[in-house]
Design a protein around this ligand. Sequence first.
Ligand SMILES: Cc1cc2nc3c(=O)[nH]c(=O)nc-3n(C[C@H](O)[C@H](O)[C@H](O)COP(=O)(O)OP(=O)(O)OC[C@H]3O[C@@H](n4cnc5c(N)ncnc54)[C@H](O)[C@@H]3O)c2cc1C
Length: 443
Amino acid sequence: MIVIIGGSFAGVQAALELRRLDKKQRIVIFEKEKYLGYVPNGLNELLKGNIKKLEEAILYDLSELKSNQIEVHLSSECTFVDPVNKQVTILKEGHEMDIRYHQLIVAIGSIQRPLSLERETNLVYQTKTLADAQRTFDKLQKDVSSVAVLGGGIIGVELASALRQFNPRLEITILEKFDYLLELAVDRVISDAIVEKLYNENIQLYTGIDFESIQEDKSSTCIKTNQGTFESDMIIKAPNLEPNHRMLEGVIALDIDGSSIVNQGFQAVESLYVLGDLLRLKLMPIKEKFYMPLINNSVRTALVVANHIGGKNELTFESTKTNVFAAFGLTVVRSGAQKRNERFTFYNIDKCSGVYCLPDENRSNLYVVIFVREDTHEILGIQAASEVDISCFADLFSIIIRGKLSVEELATHDFFFHAAYPSKVTHFLNELALDYLDKQKEH
Ligand SMILES: Cc1cc2nc3c(=O)[nH]c(=O)nc-3n(C[C@H](O)[C@H](O)[C@H](O)COP(=O)(O)OP(=O)(O)OC[C@H]3O[C@@H](n4cnc5c(N)ncnc54)[C@H](O)[C@@H]3O)c2cc1C
């Protein structure tokens, strides 16, 4: 029997792939929540009016798994893993039971990092699980006229943007510890474009913030920081995620950040595999491991593990860290490494940026940044932002990076042209590559 702990993106994908490979194997999922695969930006979609209730952001239907003969136990929390005796302890409706396994897959994901200032208070709201998001939404519907968002990464910026759509009069302040917004996520060129939009939407932004403490009086909450005290009706935290590693302490080897130490097939010890947001993964273009919590990464780790369990060891996974996010009317697409990753490489990373136009009717603009390995001209990363939906470019960028294209190859790559379809005789990626090569000549 294969036991999977955690029925979210990684756990469910592992179950489906295991079933595809083996029609007879008994596969059992234990999930502590009452649902499978809540997409954590459900709250944003609700605030923007794209869905009517958070339950619409649940991705998987129980019946689909049942029809694949996958047993699912909801409201069933794993409390203990015993790899020596190959058994797990499951807590359901107040009763504990021990379940033996042949192979165990742990896919218990990530949590929103607890902040030291919220210790022993329940004044800070968060958004990752459906219950957290519901509590946050319920509070927002009460008498809230100001919100402080703690964290100016992707999660915080998307949340602030959704809050603005929800309530045009809400006072919104983003408090960010790094020196600029989205510092870990994107290049300064893209960050600056978003900051300009954010100020137009009347959102306050403070960077370089160190949180000190938090206090509540009758009507508001005060956060003390190195840059003074900020008062608001509500605080929502949006920190980076971290591996949900507590249950694995003392069971398998963990890295300093709590991520699991595993081999290429994501196996930690005999018959025990770890998936998704519990892992640090190699960033493919620079071969350095980072914590990159993404649904697209989680499901690929699941494919690798299912195939390894099925005896197919040739599948491996390194991430191109490809994703799309949208805030304040800009869609941002990114894939691969960026300039700030240079500290992990023995070579220099060049960067070149420009504003180009899309082949749509309006010839809309997009900002593009390309990151290139200086000595070989291999393209290591591409980021772009535009006021129109450019999400279709995410997968194109990731294929360029996975394919290790050089700038010279991209400069003359034959993108299609047809007058009846949105296309130009030269693609913006040709133009960007040519601009990079021109700048090289100037140096
Ligand atoms: C606000 C927000 C927006 C995001 N937007 C995106 C996005 O647009 N695109 C993207 O790719 N990524 C996004 N992410 C990241 C993405 O949510 C994670 O990478 C993804 O959820 C990881 O999937 P997972 O299956 O590895 O883990 P998780 O989704 O964290 O799932 C772990 C599962 O295990 C269960 N569990 C935990 N402990 C136990 C236990 N002891 N016993 C039984 N079950 C247990 C949990 O209930 C949960 O269902 C976002 C994250 C946040 C917070």
